[in-house]
Write a protein that binds this ligand. Structure first.
Ligand code: PEP
Ligand code: MN
Length: 375
């Protein structure tokens, strides 16, 4: 079985959602009252499909609130029977799976700190075998689509067919406006390789701040993600965990009202869009040709350096180049971070090619000429 062939129950079918799935509820279950009140508020809006709460909390540092544990599952079960909402909790061990099943939870999700560990994912998969419960898999904290896919495949192999991925962003060591960098290219890559896996975006853990949630949620819908997981607390400033990113039920409803749902296949697929897309196709091909030409010259330089016994990395030259390109690129209106990343990538690839030439004894200038004449 490959990720592209997953045979899943469509998410709209098992969540009852219309445009997109909405999964909401507190970061942590804190008290019976908090759980029941939040669920009773959320069920007032028919767009909410799933009630979530963390019962066991993975915390970075000890000595902080680590969740109520099994008692809170009782409150979740009560919320489920009072509201009819589907209920979801996080699991991090086979024991958690067993307890969630015992309390009739509809969905379990695997947290970002668990997805990174194939041993634990395998143990959880074993505990899920033959149960038919729905499972959602958060992206690993590090931006590795393969690891994310691996966890999805392991759970699928346990016979789970109600399956979704949750995009909650990635740990990023540099200062950024986000708590976890969204790196949209990673969920897009997951969709490309596993087109059948629905992806739910978690704007709360990406943004870390209540006021940034709407922007992330809108972007998720514009990128054709399948749903949103948003942390909701009756009194966010008093929340025991993730207080800055939680919003009240009323704020959630306001956000849902404000979100624009754009049609996926434009019904008015007019000439303008077609024309602009053709233009983009043409420019992308030009970019590829220029890159290939640049790499050919890099190979020439590699051969020259090899013949003369010169090192590959010329730090002074690289600094000058970067400064020069950033200056002209930013004048052209390109973003500096974007430019830096692209230039670094091109530079890394150039080094890799030159290294190949250095390591490959036979690749002399004559060999290269011979190769060229064969074409
Ligand atoms: C959560 O959803 O409350 C949670 C702990 O998330 P993550 O695993 O994304 O950090
Ligand atoms: Mn949280």
């Amino acid at each position: 079985m490959e990720c592209k062939d997953l045979d899943l129950v469509p998410i709209k079918q098992w969540t009852g959602s219309s445009d997109f799935v909405v999964m909401a509820g507190p970061c942590s279950a804190e008290s019976r009252e908090q759980i029941i009140n939040t669920a009773l508020e959320l069920v007032k809006d028919p767009r909410v499909n799933i009630f979530r709460a963390g019962v066991w909390k993975p915390r970075t540092r000890p000595g902080t609130f680590e969740g109520i544990g099994t008692d809170a599952l009782q409150w979740m079960a009560e919320a489920k029977s009072l509201t009819g909402l589907l209920t979801a909790v996080e699991v991090g061990t086979p024991k958690h799976v067993e307890k969630a099943l015992k309390h009739n939870m509809d969905i379990v999700w695997i947290g970002a700190r668990t997805t990174v560990n194939p041993f634990v994912v395998r143990e959880i998969a074993e505990a899920l075998q033959g149960t038919g419960i729905a499972v959602m898999i958060k992206n690993p904290v590090n931006p590795d689509p393969q690891l994310w896919m691996g966890a999805i495949e392991r759970i699928y192999q346990a016979g789970i067919r109600r399956l979704a991925a949750i995009h909650r962003g990635f740990y990023f060591f540099k200062k950024s406006p986000w708590r976890n960098a969204p790196m949209w290219e990673i969920p897009i890559e997951l969709k490309r390789i596993c087109p059948r896996i629905p992806i739910i975006t978690d704007p709360s853990h990406i943004s870390g701040k209540a006021e940034l949630i709407f922007g992330i949620a809108q972007k998720a819908l514009d990128l054709e993600m399948d749903g949103l997981m948003i942390e909701v607390h009756p009194n966010p400033s008093k929340a025991l965990t993730d207080s800055a990113q939680q919003i009240s039920p009323t704020t959630l409803f306001e956000i849902l009202n404000k979100l624009k749902i754009r049609s996926r296949l434009p019904s008015n697929f007019d000439d303008t869009l077609e024309h602009l897309r053709l233009e983009i196709d043409k420019l992308d091909h030009e970019l590829l040709e220029i890159l290939a030409r640049r790499m050919n010259i890099i190979d020439e330089i590699g051969l020259y350096k090899k013949e003369k016994g010169i090192t590959i990395l010329q730090l002074k030259r690289w600094r000058q180049m970067l400064g020069d390109r950033l200056e002209s690129g930013t004048h052209l209106g390109l973003n500096e971070d974007f430019l830096t990343q692209i230039l670094q990538l091109v530079h890394e690839e150039s080094i890799r090619r030159q290294q190949l030439i250095m390591d490959n004894g036979g690749n002399t200038r004559e060999d290269k000429d011979a190769q060229t004449s064969k074409k």
